[in-house]
Design a protein around this ligand. Structure first.
Ligand code: ADP
Ligand code: ASP
Ligand code: MG
Length: 450
């Protein structure tokens, strides 16, 4: 069972989470995110070097936020005091690292990852204490100590499932046999050489899938503040409908292209272990939510959902006869890899290769491509958004693309780069960011009638 930061906002939310955990009678492990906003605070703080005064003020702020929550969540003074003690022991480690970074005047990827994961180290202590207070034995566990093993890539690590299984399974099984519910930190693991590495923002869903895989669990519940995956981001279209079932591929494409309900990598450990994922709402536990599983022949093959991404830019590189020359795409892709730029989409013509990248990566892409020296010209265009339509069997749905583009055109919105056919379950296109809301509403209305 995994609970996200938005389900841990207040003491009352935390008690609701504890009640959901307690009402599950099967043996279970729990994985948690940081309390909402805490990772963002840590990420912002460690984005540059700081002074001692900055560290002091920051530590005060983060301590107060958690102290207030403990007082709000736990009923007994004894419980509150014991939890504070455990929390302070973790906060001291964070403080020391922040001072260290401030004295050596350096923030490197290793320090950054080490600092970012403290929100989770704090939230597991609070929820384990709350479960204890409510009469259920629970133990807070840090993923690095427990043994979630990663490939060591700072900022966007991948779990080594085999190594992780052999490290954590015996410990978790023992805990379960002893009747103690493990409450494990999401978001990070330990590189083979020992350093902390995070899985990228929203990575706790992925941690939970890795734990479920290691345990050979039959199901993974991901608890959110929405009724599961919806037909579109409900913040853009309030009439969005919950989706009852998705295949692993559909969920992965949706998550990758902007439906930030679950981390896109979550589906891999689940698929590998044939584990059913249920996305449920903490505030409406009776709602069915979304089930994500392998899609058999009789799967549900309609159009399921639309996802969107803002802040996209187009990088166009021109060269004579680009289309005829062998290896041009390979050269460009390796330059982009060197610059650590992710390419979301690529379309080529005789003279041009157009790539869709995150706006924040444009400068890096520009630099590395210019330095390579063998392109005749480059253009960058920003202010784009991407819209992705997802559904198993989309590749065989006649007339779907024309319905989508007609709906967009009716709003007077221009379509830029189009990509279809790469995935059998998704196609996407770009529009101007300013048109996103209008276009999304129009496509949702066309496909779902609301
Ligand atoms: P947590 O951090 O608690 O795990 P998030 O806030 O990261 O959860 O993710 C849940 C949010 O994702 C929802 O509140 C919703 O606004 C947003 N969201 C974006 N796209 C979708 C979608 N297609 N379906 C459901 N929620 C979506
Ligand atoms: N706390 C991390 C984040 O905010 C991981 C997560 O919530 O899943 O991105
Ligand atoms: Mg999140």
């Amino acid at each position: 069972m995994k609970f996200g930061g938005s389900s841990l906002k207040t003491g009352e939310c935390m008690r609701q989470v504890a009640e959901i955990i307690i009402s599950e009678k099967e043996k279970k492990a729990v994985v948690l995110s940081a309390v909402t906003g805490v990772t963002e605070m840590l990420v912002q703080f460690i984005s540059r070097t700081r002074s001692e005064e900055d560290v002091d003020a920051f530590m005060k702020q983060i301590t107060k936020l958690h102290t207030d929550l403990i007082k709000d969540a736990l009923r007994t003074e004894k419980g509150q005091a014991k939890t504070m003690e455990e929390l302070v022991a973790k906060l001291v480690k964070l403080e020391r690292m922040l001072y260290g970074s401030c004295y050596i005047e350096e923030v490197n990827p290793r320090i950054r990852d080490y600092v970012q994961c403290f929100g989770e180290r704090l939230s597991v202590i609070m929820v384990a204490a709350l479960l204890d207070e409510m009469g259920v034995k629970a133990k807070a566990m840090d993923a690095d100590e427990l043994g979630i093993i990663t490939d060591g890539e700072y900022g966007s690590a991948t779990v080594n499932l085999e190594a992780t299984r052999s490290m954590i399974r015996p410990k978790l099984m023992k805990s379960l046999q002893d009747g103690v519910t493990p409450v494990i930190t999401g978001f990070f693991g330990r590189a083979p050489e020992g350093s902390v590495t995070v899985f990228g923002r929203n990575g706790s869903d992925y941690s939970a899938a890795a734990v479920a895989n290691a345990l050979g669990a039959s199901s993974l519940e991901i608890w959110k503040d929405v009724d599961g995956f919806m037909s579109v981001d409900p913040r853009i279209v309030p009439s969005a409908r919950p989706i009852p079932t998705l295949s692993y591929d559909e969920a992965a494409e949706l998550a990758y292209f902007g439906a930030k309900v679950v981390h896109p990598m979550t589906m891999e450990p689940a698929r590998a272990g044939n584990i059913e994922i249920r996305v449920k709402n903490v505030f409406r536990p009776e709602a069915p939510g979304t089930v994500i599983r392998g899609m058999g022949k009789n799967g549900d093959v309609g159009i399921k959902s639309i996802s969107c991404m803002k802040n996209m830019s187009l990088v166009k590189v021109f060269g004579e006869d680009t289309g005829y020359k062998l290896g041009v795409l390979e050269d460009i892709a390796s330059l982009m890899t060197k610059a650590e730029v992710n390419i979301y989409s690529v379309v080529t013509s005789l003279t041009c290769i157009a790539m869709l990248v995150d706006k924040k990566d444009v400068a890096k892409a520009q630099k590395v491509l210019t330095e390579s020296g063998n392109l005749s010209r480059m253009e960058t265009h920003s202010g784009f958004a991407l819209m992705c339509v997802v559904g198993e069997g989309l590749g065989h749905h006649k007339g779907l693309a024309s319905r989508v583009f007609k709906a967009v055109a009716k709003e007077g919105v221009n379509v830029g780069l189009i990509s279809a056919g790469a995935s059998l379950v998704a196609f996407h296109f770009t529009i101007e960011e300013a048109d996103l809301e209008r276009a999304t509403k129009a496509v949702h209305e066309e496909l779902f009638g609301c």
